[in-house]
Design a protein. Structure first.
Length: 297
């Protein structure tokens, strides 16, 4: 029997049942429903109870399995992924067992799924891509839980890598779900992959300032900062002669976790130190000349 025949038979059976129900009165439908409840009601209640118990057992099994993996010092990224995978598989098995207990014809359900395979495949195409993306992420390990990444125009700390989505927590504590398919096929930036990062800042001073004095002040501040690494050596130099300023570029290395602390520290400390050293910082201004006849005012 091919798929077209199975589909035709299922469609015909559904049409016949709909016609039968349309010819029945409401009283008849209610009587049949009550009859079905009387015969199968106990099984229905028992099945629901079994589902409740089964879900609790699955939760306990997954919990003990996670404890076992933790004792084996399995990486947390792999543990979280296996947690989602095993929980999903056990719930599907429980669902199939309860359907069998309710005498639901699984062969008919399988035939229905087979007949609609193409439609189901198209409908689940994105989900299957995300599912495969989860395995690719787990295999290639472009990031792990706790890393700060930017991907799909979003940035945040990885909290969980699930079967279909990866959860990111933003700096202001918003939760972002990114499909695994997009993460595995697109570009991403992992800011936590390396132990050290470089902080690049530019400071502008007026042309009237002594360049060597400005450079010495910036170098002194860098050398006194406890979080800035000595190796690789910091760099301070003139980067550009602007229209109204001399621009100094400052490049220092630090531990990745100290990046933003140093970034904001330098911005604040440089302004305070420049004020102490009477180093001027240029700002946009305009000289206005008014001509009256042959005189400039």
């Amino acid at each position: 029997m091919n798929v077209e025949n199975v589909t035709g038979n299922i469609t015909e059976n559904i049409s016949n049942e709909v016609k039968k129900m349309s010819n029945m009165s409401i009283e008849t439908i209610v009587e049949r429903f009550v009859e079905w409840i009387t015969i199968n009601g106990i099984k229905l209640i028992v099945g629901l109870i079994l589902i409740s118990i089964g879900l609790k057992l699955i939760k306990k099994v997954v919990k003990h399995f996670m404890i076992f993996l933790e004792k084996r010092e399995v990486d947390i990224t792999l543990r979280r992924f296996l947690q989602s995978l095993i929980s999903g598989i056990l719930k599907v098995v429980l669902f199939i067992v309860i359907l069998g207990y309710w005498d639901v014809e699984l062969t008919g359900l399988a035939a229905l799924v087979a007949s609609g395979g193409v439609a189901i495949g198209l409908a689940l195409q994105g989900s299957l891509s995300n599912f495969a993306g989860g395995f690719i992420i787990l295999l290639l390990r472009p990031f792990k839980i706790g890393d700060y990444i930017e991907a799909a125009t979003y940035g945040g700390t990885v909290e969980q890598i699930g079967l279909f989505y990866t959860q990111l927590a933003t700096i202001d504590n918003k939760l972002i779900l990114i499909p695994n398919g997009a993460l595995s096929n697109g570009s991403l930036i992992n800011y936590s992959a390396k132990e050290t990062r470089r902080v690049d800042l530019t400071f502008s001073v007026g042309y009237e300032n002594n360049l060597l004095h400005v450079k010495n002040v910036l170098t002194d501040m860098i050398n006194k900062h406890a979080l800035i690494l000595k190796e690789p050596a910091p760099f301070v130099g003139v980067s550009a002669h602007g229209p109204s300023s001399i621009d100094f570029v400052v490049r220092v290395w630090c531990k990745s976790e100290n990046y933003w602390t140093i970034h904001f520290d330098l911005l604040e400390q440089v302004k305070l130190r420049f004020d102490e050293e009477n180093i001027s910082i240029p700002y946009p201004q305009m000289d206005l000349h008014v001509r009256r006849g042959d005189l400039d005012i």
